[in-house]
Design a protein around this ligand. Structure first.
Ligand code: COA
Length: 196
């Protein structure tokens, strides 16, 4: 089993990294659309944007660390492996209209307390916080998990001090279920049951 805990786990370094506009020809890579956003497969063309995201100390505050360029490449490779093995993972969140990369959001297979769970994970660049994008992207992923993947339940794993993330979960109907140790750190498990 691939251990994604190091980078997909929840729990800091830094550097800037420019934000680029995504290429126009992305039709075949689109996973889902929401009112203002599209979620598309993360590809090599997203590497600089991905680095800008995961090297950002504000974005990574509740993760174990910020990632440098090499670690970002490893993170990228692990995402590609997950596309192969699971069929899903983090996707790039791109704003329709101006093709601006604003973050990543997706569906992650995780093991929590010995159970295989379907996690909704999200990270948005801080300059785009507070505009409803995190909630909107996560909602799109929940719909995808229900309708395409036929999942009966989704969770989010949230550090207790991460107020914005708790709000994203709550606004999408997830409810606090329990506390759990995930990759060595205490997390709150929020869950939404999906009626099929
Ligand atoms: C969590 C995150 C994705 C939310 O993204 P976003 O696009 O700002 O989300 P939204 O605009 O949909 O806002 C969600 C809610 O969080 C609230 N919020 C935003 N910043 C907040 C803050 N600093 N403190 C408390 N609440 C905050 C918003 O007000 C909103 O709630 P409201 O509608 O009740 O006002 C973003 O903060 C982020 O990327 N954080 C770093 C990565 C991370 O922690 N990911 C989650 C790991 S579990």
């Amino acid at each position: 089993m691939v251990d994604l805990g190091k980078y997909f786990g929840h729990t800091k370094t830094s550097a800037g990294g420019g934000l680029c506009r995504c290429p126009k020809n992305t039709m075949s890579k689109i996973i889902l659309n929401t009112q203002r956003l599209r979620l598309e497969k993360i590809e090599k063309s997203h590497l600089n944007d991905l680095y800008a995201l995961v090297s950002n100390p504000k974005v990574q505050r509740y993760f174990p660390k910020t990632l440098n360029r090499n670690e970002t490449k490893e993170f990228y490779e692990k995402i590609q492996n997950r596309y192969e093995t699971d069929g899903y993972c983090y996707w790039a969140v791109v704003r329709e209209g101006d093709n601006q990369f604003i973050g990543i959001c997706g569906i992650l297979k995780q093991e929590v307390d010995g159970q295989v769970e379907t996690e909704i994970g999200y990270r948005i660049l801080d300059m785009f916080w507070g505009k409803g994008y995190g909630t909107e992207a996560a909602e799109g992923c929940i719909k995808y998990a229900k309708e395409k993947l036929k999942k009966t339940s989704v969770i989010s794993l949230i550090r207790s001090v991460n107020a914005p993330s708790k709000r994203v979960a709550e606004k999408n109907g997830l409810k606090f279920e329990k506390e759990s140790i995930f990759h060595g750190l205490p997390h709150l498990v929020y869950r939404l049951l999906l009626k099929q």
